[in-house]
Design a protein around this ligand. Structure first.
Ligand code: ATP
Length: 206
């Protein structure tokens, strides 16, 4: 049978990476959009060349890789520039993800971590859409503790993303990540047993 494709999404800091890691622990293959976004503009790649053509040599750092801070500085306040950057990177990321999904063994369970799955209308490409959510205040606390982000930056990002209601509208499964990590692990165990193993019985290795 074909691989089972899970689209994993949630607002910033909701716990997507934590859920993805737990699913990988059960044997899922992870396709991480953040990693792909870096890969498609790695030095020497066609994506790198296209970005430098569009934005000029100032977006290349002294190490020869894209200077992500310089690029973010350009596109942060300029929606048209952001659109030009995304028109280069998004098709490359989508093509690379499709390539990895096609290359996965037939019985695998594929978890694709896509932060903006709902905003980009991508839910239809998956067998199961899993949404992770946590209360805003908890997300703010977790992110200000674990990353170099201020409270204002986290709240700005949350406001710029889709809402819990919009994500719920396309979810097959909603994981509420409002307790500790041990509880999250138990929730993912149940998800694996009830919704993944049950729908993918041919996956002998699972
Ligand atoms: P992003 O959108 O930025 O990629 P994310 O949705 O992937 O975020 P995570 O990175 O999984 O979120 O979680 C954000 C932070 O909160 C991490 O430091 C993570 O370890 C922590 N965290 C996640 N879930 C819990 C939990 N249940 N209890 C305590 N800390 C948690």
């Amino acid at each position: 049978m074909a691989a089972l494709r899970i689209g994993l999404t949630g607002g910033i800091g909701a716990g997507k990476s934590a859920v993805a890691a737990l699913l990988v622990g059960h044997g899922a293959v992870l396709i991480d959009s953040d990693v792909l976004a870096r890969d498609v503009v790695a030095p020497g790649s066609p994506g790198f060349a296209a970005v430098v053509r569009e934005f000029g040599p100032d977006v290349v750092g002294p190490d020869g890789a894209l200077d992500r801070a310089a690029l973010s500085g350009i596109v942060f306040a300029d929606a048209a520039a952001r659109g030009r950057l995304e028109s280069i990177t998004h098709p490359l990321i989508a093509a690379r993800a499709a390539e990895l999904i096609d290359a996965a063994p037939a019985e695998s369970v594929i978890v694709h971590d896509v932060p903006l799955l709902v905003e980009r209308g991508l839910a239809g490409g998956y067998d199961l859409v899993v949404v992770v959510e946590a209360p805003t205040e908890q997300r703010v606390r977790r992110l200000t503790a674990s990353r170099a982000m201020t409270e204002a930056q986290v709240r700005e990002r949350i406001a710029a993303q889709g809402s819990d209601a919009e994500r719920r509208a396309v979810a097959d499964v909603v994981i509420r990540n409002d307790a500790d990590l041990a509880e999250l692990a138990r929730t993912v165990d149940r998800l694996w047993q009830d919704r993944i193993e049950a729908t993918n019985p041919a996956g002998g290795a699972i």
